[in-house]
Design a binder for this molecule. Structure first.
Ligand code: GDP
Ligand code: GDP
Length: 445
């Protein structure tokens, strides 16, 4: 069967292939069970596996990798220097990005281990020697003897008791070629949590990740000390961008303001959707509006959250009106309270909805019907010699966020006011509230 068929979804990015090799009875199957039953590991077993070769798709902290198990050979098939084992190991190693070489620390180095080690050394594949069956962490030093295999620092492990297996998954993921970047597929929704100090960002984050239905894990972000939080809810993966400072803050309460403007800019630059918080106990201030502007300019779709609603000074209808007048992207608004939990449920639903718009496509037919209505509704601005702007036709040229090209008779006639009007009408027409729609007016040939 083709490798593609094995993938759970077409768009899933696989960070690499990991092969497990080792002589019979060293504990390969036990280890695989352990690795694939870990809390956050999701496993898709390839149907129609042969007895001697199994492929599993595993996920750990948002990274998917292929695990190839060559464990099904009986000692009897192989003999003490089983040529079949060696042959299989060679095949598995050939296509692996990383090899897990399992040895039995209780048995010490066997001739079979020596033989496999020689194959691995010649293949020059990155390898981790797993000194298995070290059930007692105090005996970790028993692993040292396997240094002699010439494949680097042996890793003490107990597949049976689980000792060392979480760390091992971290190590595997860190050593795969596709990592360093979150390989969770294109469908992951990247979310930045923005707002001036003390608006309630950390509290909201804790509420979001504290919910039972989600699985949370940390993955490295792109900047040096940025850590993203991966959050899964049903089939949807959210990556909360650069959240380490926010999550740590609750514990440490450090005096330094974590969210400098530059940092917020960087986070927004990596996100699809920005949650912009407004402290409803204090009212909406200019600085809040500036943050929302940062989000829009960075190309994020915006969801405005009126935080601390339990102690709000605001009237929701007035606040919505105010934000709609002041913010070009006209964000949807939700009143939330991290304290009581009010509205928090709806946040991720709304993020999904926004993301669908953010990454959606307007067909050329729909767009041109809308442009026809705009032509009817308001004549284009007139230039000096009485020439009028005419909207000819349009098409969406890119997405995430949407970018629309509108062909006109003379782009020089587009006024700022008219440009905003078109943008807003299209926003209304296609329910793009919160989405930063950019429009290029281009001269029709
Ligand atoms: P495989 O042939 O390499 O797949 O090995 P198995 O996973 O079938 O394990 C062989 C035997 O070793 C089984 O009896 C396991 O229960 C045992 N075993 C596997 N891992 C461990 C371990 O970490 N500690 C101990 N004490 N026994 C283990
Ligand atoms: P950050 O600086 O934006 O991360 O804000 P924090 O989450 O640290 O919150 C700042 C202050 O507001 C803390 O004292 C929180 O306890 C308080 N706070 C946060 N959310 C709420 C809320 O929903 N209701 C109330 N009453 N207080 C909140």
């Amino acid at each position: 069967m083709s490798r593609r068929d094995a993938e759970p979804e077409e768009s899933r990015a696989i960070a690499g292939t990991v092969a497990i090799v080792g002589f019979p009875n060293v504990g390969k199957s036990t280890l695989i069970n352990r690795l694939t039953q870990s809390r956050a590991a999701v496993v898709h077993e390839t149907p129609g596996v042969t007895r001697d070769r199994k492929e599993l798709l595993c996920e750990w902290t948002g990274t998917w990798f292929r695990l190839v198990d060559t464990g099904g050979v009986d000692a009897a098939d192989g003999g003490p220097f089983g040529s079949k084992i060696a042959e299989q190991a060679r095949a598995a190693i050939e296509e692996a990005d990383l090899v897990l070489f399992v040895v039995d620390a209780r048995a010490g180095i066997t001739p079979g281990d020596e033989e496999l080690a020689a194959i691995l050394r010649a293949a020059k594949r990155p390898t981790i020697v797993l000194a298995n069956k070290i059930d007692d962490p105090r005996r970790d030093t028993d692993a040292a003897v396997f240094h002699r295999l010439g494949l680097g620092e042996p890793w003490p492990l107990s597949g049976l008791h689980g000792h060392g297996s979480g760390d091992l998954l971290d190590e595997i993921v860190a050593r795969l070629p596709g990592t360093g970047e979150v390989a969770i597929g294109q469908e992951a929704i990247r979310v930045a949590i923005l707002g001036r100090p003390n608006v309630g960002k950390s509290s909201l984050l804790n509420r979001l990740v504290g919910r039972e239905r989600v699985i949370v894990s940390d993955v490295p972000g792109t900047t040096r000390d940025a850590i993203d939080t991966v959050l899964k809810r049903g089939d949807t993966t959210f990556v909360l961008v650069d959240t380490a400072g926010l999550r740590r803050k609750r514990k440490q309460r450090q005096g330094i303001e974590y969210y400098s403007e530059l940092r917020a800019l960087e986070a927004a630059g990596r996100a699809d959707v920005a949650l912009v918080l407004f402290d409803s106990s204090e009212g909406i201030v200019e600085q809040d509006l500036a943050v929302a502007d940062v989000a829009r300019k960075a190309g994020c779709s915006t969801l405005a959250l009126l935080s601390k609603w339990d102690v709000s000074e605001l009237d929701i209808v007035e606040a919505e009106g105010h934000l709609a007048r002041r913010l070009r992207q006209r964000p949807p608004v939700i009143a939330v309270s991290a304290k009581t939990g009010r509205g928090v449920n709806r946040v991720l639903d709304k993020v999904e909805e926004l993301f669908a718009k953010h990454s959606g496509r307007i067909t050329t037919g729909e767009l041109n019907r809308a442009l026809g209505e705009l032509r009817e509704a308001r004549p284009g601005p007139q230039g000096e010699r009485g020439r009028r702007l005419k909207l000819m036709y349009g098409t969406q040229v890119s997405t995430r966020p949407p970018r629309i090209r509108i062909f006109v008779n003379d782009p020089g006639l587009v006024t700022r006011d008219y440009g905003y009007w078109v943008e807003n009408e299209l926003r209304k027409c296609f329910s793009l509230e919160g989405v930063p729609v950019s429009i290029d007016f281009v001269k029709s040939e």
